[in-house]
Design a protein around this ligand. Structure first.
Ligand code: HDD
Length: 716
């Protein structure tokens, strides 16, 4: 469907929804929860019009009591989230590897509900925090709900779930003063990390631009653990899950992220909502890396170790289907807040492995929902209900919705003819993969989990120069916020294991020295740990680089949904606006008209141009690119508006494409025009002159002109 058609379809749907809402609520009286019609919802019952309120007022009491109980505990992690409905469709049958019903028939659409989240921040925190993003998909399959509860980073901080509470306590705001909010740049986080060498690989990812995404729609997703596909013949195959966004994978600049957090803390949430509302539905392809069981020990890392990934250079990702998110939730609380994900919600054909992080997760998620959603019946909340029929002998409990009929609630029974029956495997009954286990009970970690650095090095070496610089900057920022020199030193020691160049540059930014190896406190392993079991090693990785690990290697060119600000004022040239607008819209980009205030701008041709935002109510950081149409009068006016000049300066600082249809005007007021070499501006994404829409579109397709950061002197 073309964007315009999608937009019309979405507008029609909005209109129909509005009509339906009106229709549904026609003749609806305001009532109490018992259905009693309320005659006065403005005044409480009082002893005289100036007297005390009466306890007898059950209408007041019911309303206030319900209000008092409106909040439920927020998620201990991933509290801040945004979600959408959609569907998943497989490209071809995967029966060779799995019997999972939703992965067989390319003509079948499986409904999904997908929730994205930050990890550390509270529910009301900013979207642009430097953090890992959760990427959870609930597939409502005909065989029951399947949840793929992953992240936008393919590895994790720790190897064993028993360390999860420690990790989260360390990253959350510090307990004595609850500072800082939604940030890892503080003492306790880096203290913990510096003592956990196994987190080094994940830290490289978390300090990269992956942790400050441009949009939730422009992030990859990963199942993280190695899972198992099981086919009809009961043959198992290891599988790693990937989500690849069709819009490419993009981040923002760190300075920009911090400013967005102030200007629009809902930036990601709004972006997802608006895109779906506009009919520009985000899409991801589901990819799998398939690894035969026979190859389990073929790699120089352990497939069960969640701090490792399987490089795409070694095992390519096969794209097997597509997810489209095409409907916003009707009610945030009912859906996004109450949805309950669980990595243990699987369907026949998908099974677990012995990854000790995954094994611990299997306990944690039900436990947390019991507390969060108030009891054992959270599966009855509409967003959590499977579409597959559900029958069992579980009964009662807080907030039970179902009215179970009949005399029996046990199995086996004869009084109800044996119902509900157990399903045979051929009838779709679930059967755990019969993995052979013959082992001693131990509190041990396999020696194959001990190499904590080679993949961190692989990741760092696979980045472009710009990406490496961003990691160095991020580490310098975060460690610069740490107030304890020993913690900083331990971290420099760990970074030195990744790359001496990296460690030297961060050390220099901190004004410190990289410690000698022998001083490294056993790579940070604390003295009370048994070194035999915990001291890390570093083997040489079988490959030196994997381009798939770099964001800048993928997904460029597509400008769909990019937000382009048109800087306007009275006297703006009609053609200059219309031609560029048409060209951008043809590519699916979104045009926002900015003006001196919220009233329409009068064009040179005498038309009214609707203003989307006044300069004072918006900020450059929420746009992807800037265009200044021609018109002498307009340029004269804009030269007098400091915020308009600031837009271009800041846009330049954040390496965004800038186009101006005329040279003599607003652009002459900018810092970069006055101070930098104009010869290089075009290759730096600054396009000057009339009729340059194709050059501008190409520039937007490049996302950012990071080379400009080398001249990081723009005062914006
Ligand atoms: Fe977790 C939520 C992802 C390890 C315990 N986790 C949660 C969510 C995501 C993840 C995306 C939000 C779900 C939603 O949108 O509602 N978690 C991960 C990944 C992990 C991981 C990718 C490692 C590979 N988690 C992990 C461990 C534990 C937990 C090791 C505990 C032992 N996670 C939880 C939890 C949460 C949760 C406390 C909080 C809210 C919830 O479950 O529903 O149980």
């Amino acid at each position: 469907m073309k964007n315009e058609e999608k937009k019309n379809a979405s507008d029609n749907k909005k209109h129909q929804d509005l009509e339906r809402n009106r229709e549904d609520s026609k003749d609806q009286f305001l009532t109490t929860n018992q259905g009693l019609k309320i005659n006065d919802d403005q005044n409480s019952l009082k002893a005289g019009d100036r007297g005390a309120s009466l306890l007898e007022d059950f209408i007041l009491r019911e309303k206030i009591t319900h209000f008092d109980h409106e909040r439920i505990p927020e998620r201990i992690v991933h509290a801040r989230g945004s979600a959408a409905h959609g569907y998943f469709q497989v490209y071809e049958s995967m029966e060779k590897y799995t019997k999972a019903g939703f992965l067989q028939d390319p003509s079948k659409k499986t409904p999904v509900f997908t929730r994205f989240s930050t990890v550390a921040g509270f529910k009301g925190s900013t979207d642009l925090a430097r953090d890992v993003r959760g990427f959870s998909v609930k597939f409502y399959t005909e065989e029951g709900n399947y949840d793929l509860v992953g992240n936008n980073i393919p590895v994790f901080f720790i190897q064993d779930a028993i360390k999860f509470p420690d990790l989260i306590h360390a990253v959350k705001p510090e307990p004595h003063n609850e500072i800082p909010q939604a940030a890892s740049a503080h003492d306790t986080f880096w203290d913990f990390i510096s003592l956990m060498p196994e987190s080094t690989h994940m830290i490289m990812w978390a300090m990269s631009d992956r942790a400050i995404p441009r949009s939730l729609r422009m992030m990859e997703g990963f199942g993280v653990h190695t899972f198992r596909f099981v086919n009809k013949e009961n043959k198992g195959t290891f599988v790693k899950f990937h989500w690849k966004p069709l819009l490419g994978t993009h981040g923002v600049a760190w300075d920009e992220a911090q400013k967005i957090s102030g200007n629009d803390p809902d930036f990601h949430r709004r972006d997802l909502w608006n895109a779906i509302d506009n009919g520009q539905f985000p899409e991801w392809e589901l990819g799998v890396q398939i690894i035969p069981e026979e190859d389990e020990h073929k790699f120089d890392f352990d497939l069960l170790d969640a701090t490792k990934l399987v490089p795409e250079e070694l095992v390519p990702v096969k794209k097997i289907g597509k997810m489209v998110l095409n409907r916003n939730p009707d009610n945030f609380f009912a859906e996004t807040e109450q949805v309950a994900f669980h990595p243990g919600h699987i369907v026949p054909g998908i099974d677990f492995t012995n990854d000790p992080l995954l094994q611990g997760r299997l306990f944690s998620y039900t436990d947390t929902q019991l507390k969060r959603l108030g009891g054992p019946n959270f599966h009855e909340i509409p967003i959590n209900r499977p579409i597959a029929p559900m029958h069992n002998n579980q009964r009662d409990g807080h907030m039970r919705q179902e009215i179970n009929k009949g005399q029996t609630s046990y199995h086996p029974n004869s009084l109800r003819g044996g119902c509900p029956f157990q399903a045979k495997i051929a009838e779709g009954g679930f059967d755990s993969y019969p993995e052979k286990i013959d082992a001693k009970k131990v509190r041990e970690r396999s020696k194959s989990f001990k190499d904590h650095f080679s993949q961190a090095t692989l990741f760092f070496n696979s980045q472009t120069g710009v990406e490496q610089q961003h990691i160095i900057d991020a580490l310098s920022f975060e460690l610069g916020k740490v107030g304890v020199a020993q913690v900083q030193e331990r971290m420099l020691g760990l970074l030195n294991e990744v790359s001496n160049d990296l460690a030297q540059k961060v050390a220099s930014n901190l004004g410190m020295k990289v410690p000698e190896r022998k001083e490294q406190l056993n790579h940070g392993v604390p003295a009370d740990f048994d070194p035999e079991r915990y001291e890390p090693t570093k083997s040489s990785p079988s490959i030196e680089k994997d381009p798939a690990l770099s964001m800048m290697h993928k997904g460029f060119g597509n400008i769909a949904t990019r937000q382009v600000a048109f800087l306007c004022a009275d006297g703006v040239d009609d053609n200059s606006v219309d031609e560029m607008k048409k060209a951008l819209k043809n590519e699916g980009a979104m045009v926002k008209i900015l003006g001196p205030n919220s009233t329409d701008v009068k064009t040179a041709g005498g038309k009214s141009l609707k203003v989307d935002e006044a300069y004072r109510t918006t900020a450059s950081v929420v746009y992807d690119a800037f265009y200044v149409p021609s018109g002498d009068k307009a340029h004269k006016a804009m030269r007098m508006i400091p915020k308009a000049i600031h837009f271009l300066n800041e846009g330049y600082k954040h390496c965004k494409p800038i186009a101006s249809a005329q040279e003599n005007g607003l652009v002459e007021e900018t810092y970069f025009w006055k101070n930098l070499n104009k010869q290089n501006l075009a290759e730096d994404g600054v396009i000057i002159g009339k009729g340059k829409s194709s050059e501008f579109i190409e520039a937007i397709g490049k996302h950012r002109f990071w080379k400009r950061e080398e001249k990081d002197s723009i005062p914006a």
